[in-house]
Design a protein. Sequence first.
Lengths: 262, 343
Amino acid sequence: MCYPVRSAERTGARIIQLLHNIGHAMIMLMEAVWFSRLAFGPRSRRETMTQMYVTGIKSLPVITVVALFIGMILALQTGLELQRYGQEKYIGSAVAVVMIREMGPFMSALIIAASVGSAIAAQIGTMVVSEEVAALEVMSINPNRFLVMPRLVALVIMMPLLAVYTNILGILGGAVVGTTQLDVSFRAYMDNALDIAHNKDLYVGLLKAFIFGIIIATVACHQGFMTTEGAVGVGRSTRRSVVVSFLVILVIGYMITRLFYI
Amino acid sequence: MDKFRREISVEIWVGLFVFSVLIALGIFTIVLSRDGFMKKSYTYEIFFQEVGGLSEGDNVFLRGLNIGRVSQTTLNNGDVSVFVSLNEPLTLREGYRIEVANSSLLGGKVLKIFEGPKEAPNIEAGTEIRGKLPVDVLDQLGTAVSGLQAMIDNVNAKQGTLGKLLNDDEIYNNLLAVTDDLRVLSDRLEKGEGTIGKLLKDDVVYNELETFLANASTISDRLVQGEGALGKLLSEDEVYDDLKQLMANVREVSDRLAAGEGALGELLAEDSTMSADLEKTMASLRSITESVDEGEGTLGKLVKDEALYDEASRLIKEVRAAVDDMREASPISTFSSVLFGAF
């Protein structure tokens, strides 16, 4: 078989595999959504709350630091440029709009994908390679209900909340730089910050965070279930989970922005 | 027991976090909606032919202060209805102006309201409020650039003053000649020639001018202080009033003369009998003086006849001597009459 044919065959196989994976992920997601009505029922409540705790509360320290410094960096960079034109008082507007529309949901999604998503992929991947998932199936326990649904519910609930938390801390971080480095009063900073941003920006951002939560849960769980070849496979699944989550978050984030702002 | 406590702790933490963030989200929503939670707002509908990109959420300014926002914009029977939500009630007067303006050079729109002149009456309630057509800065810039381009084309085509100035050698030569003339003029001035040259060079002229200015200053000072007739006229109202009264009297006299009133007026009148009488009198006087001059009559003889003059002169002397005698004899006669009167 000549090289072009082999190359075409390989590409076709990859596309089929990709579609197969997407199909598998979608079926898994639909099942988890179907079972999500039981998320706070007696059998799943504890696991759902634990996942919410892990996703939300355990992530707070890293999200706090990242959000504060993202706001400070944004304020410093835009403030230094605006200072050249004597318009540094408008850094509040720049920081607020960027945080609420994009950076809040996006940065929280990246952090959660890197920390919680990778942990989910590793946990489920380990369960797959150690045949715990198979054991669940033997016991007629649906892995999608038992493993995916609590994580999906936890992520779609906590992601928008974390995005709001990131927005607030980012804006406050910008205020710290504005008042200490650029001589912009806190009142002027906040007036400008809240003058340009609208409720639409806030809620489109929350919608993004909600969708990012679905993406992270779906990709992480799917990568976990697709794990093969023992410990090496777990590592590969973890890495793939983070990479695929980032890419999908970027693409979907652009599409949502395109949908609501053009 | 520990497991139970841990589960409760997890739930408390999650619940606290969710509750806190939801409160923050609620506050965020209220703040970003810019509608005061308990604050009263006043809504007005303003009609525009065109709004030039004004959109919901844009600021509304009154006398430079932000008093609210545009809450809605809708098409309405060939117009655009702009609903504004204001923090303060709006009172518009006749001559009011509402216009869409650029919020900055980078874009964005604001609605500016000018209530109208303070002394103007308020517009009637229910009157349709209309806004002005917005000014499109880019359109104006395009027009300006077109005009500039046309000007450059004219200059290139050697048209107009600037075109000729830049392209025509004759004007350059004229300019050169003018420059030469100016140089000659400046040389003459430098040498102190001519009136202006002397003024620039000669100290005498300067000193005289200085003296003249000093005098003028003195005069003006005196005028200011009300000294002299002219100063009094300028500073004292009384003098002015007197002058005014005098002018009024003169006017009255002239009016009376013109009307032929009084002796002088009658004399000046064209159909005056007095004038005729005066002419006759003058003729008689002329006749009398002519007779006297010719020595006719007693007065003429008295004037012309020297013998009569001498006779009269002697007579006067004799009369004076008789009077003197009587004055000298008067005390004796008086004494005698008193003495003899006693007896």
